[in-house]
Design a protein around this ligand. Structure first.
Ligand code: NAD
Length: 327
């Protein structure tokens, strides 16, 4: 393939991906399965890797999320909210770990976490009091959803210590709430949500917080914007510290010191996945030492110290369905 042909093919892939991203991020109503998006995205990555000159700054491979909805005040993220690089096989995961392995061959310690299928939120506290909450948006600018987040029980309105901190994590809709919500929507003649992730996003990005309050959302927090606000020096320590501050964290995290531990964790949660009360779409593997996370840094889109292992799609299905916009 010539560079000119590659450029043309890349433009076609970008146009598809941008359309799907708009449906997914802006309107919470995807028309294709995530696996279809992921495969198309991977084709673009492959093309751009072979022909680096065709990469454009606005390519989906170079940016996080998408537009923010009108009607919401925009909140700039002083520290960007990033996405995650992903892998789809244990072999690719091993490659990631090999690339990170320090010179003397000693592997890092990793923290394995469940990849919660919701949407990223950021919560700001002043003197321990919740003052502002936002969506990830395009990673640089999010939507102000403070009033909606105040309706969620798992989000502490006051922390156990009077500190200034910005905490990040995932807002999700438990499976049982999702089923009940879709039943209700069907009874009311409303289009059902495609999946719990889109239901959570549609419920959180409502102009009327009373709607959000009825949607039974919950949260798991797993990060902070600025590590200097913490006492911990590891990712696993951070989770314990967030819990002590009053946040809900996902308890099923585990420190791994070798690849076999990570394999075991993935095998275990691939099996337990259906029994969990909330959806997960993979496992996130993070370098445990926060100092190492900082020295590894990030690309424009993803941290270099973490990777998501995505589960294979549960069923081969291409088109989700046409769904009305929900806001
Ligand atoms: P992502 O969802 O693949 O991964 C990044 C996100 O994972 C983070 O922003 C965070 O919100 C979340 N996360 C959950 N648990 C976490 C944990 N323990 N630690 C850290 N982060 C955690 O990336 P993305 O950029 O949000 O979305 C891209 C994905 O969205 C695609 O791979 C695709 O599956 C899906 N998508 C689908 C369509 C579609 O049309 N179906 C369109 C666009 C995107």
């Amino acid at each position: 393939m010539s560079e000119e042909q590659a450029q043309k093919a890349a433009e076609e892939l970008r146009s598809k991906l941008n359309k799907w991203a708009d449906e997914y991020y802006t309107y919470d109503a995807p028309s294709v399965e995530d696996s279809v998006y992921d495969q198309t995205y991977q084709q673009l990555v492959d093309l751009e890797t072979h022909f680096p000159a065709i990469v454009t700054p606005d390519s989906p491979t170079q940016k996080v999320g998408d537009r923010t909805l009108p009607g919401f005040t925009k909140i700039p993220h002083e520290i960007p909210m990033l996405s995650l690089g992903d892998v789809f096989s244990i072999a690719e995961l091993k490659d990631f770990a090999d690339r990170l392995t320090v010179n003397d061959g000693v592997p890092f310690e990793y923290n394995c976490e469940l990849k919660i299928d919701g949407l990223a939120i950021s919560l700001r506290y002043e003197n321990g009091v919740f003052v502002q909450g936002s969506t990830r948006g395009n990673g640089q600018i999010g939507e102000d959803i403070t009033r909606n987040l105040r309706t969620i029980k798992s989000i502490p309105k006051r922390l156990s210590r009077p500190i200034n901190i910005e905490v990040r994590g995932e807002c999700y809709m438990p499976k049982a709430s999702f089923v009940a919500l879709n039943q209700q929507r069907q009874t009311d003649g409303d289009a059902p949500f495609a999946n719990p992730r889109n239901a959570a996003a549609g419920s959180l990005r409502q102009l009327d917080p009373r709607v959000t309050a009825h949607r039974k959302l919950s949260t798991f927090m797993y990060n902070v914007a600025d590590y200097s606000d913490l006492q911990s020096d590891t990712q696993s320590g951070m989770l314990a510290e967030l819990k002590a501050l009053g946040f809900e964290i996902n308890p099923d995290y585990r420190v791994a010191t070798k690849m076999a531990d990570i394999d075991q964790y993935i095998a275990e949660y691939t099996q337990k996945r259906d029994d969990l009360a909330y959806g997960i779409d993979g496992i996130v593997i993070k370098v445990n030492a926060l100092a190492l996370q900082q020295s590894l840094g990030a690309t424009v889109k993803v941290p270099r110290w973490a990777i998501a292992y995505k589960f294979p799609p549960e069923e081969a299905q291409t088109i989700v369905r046409d769904i009305e916009w929900t806001v």
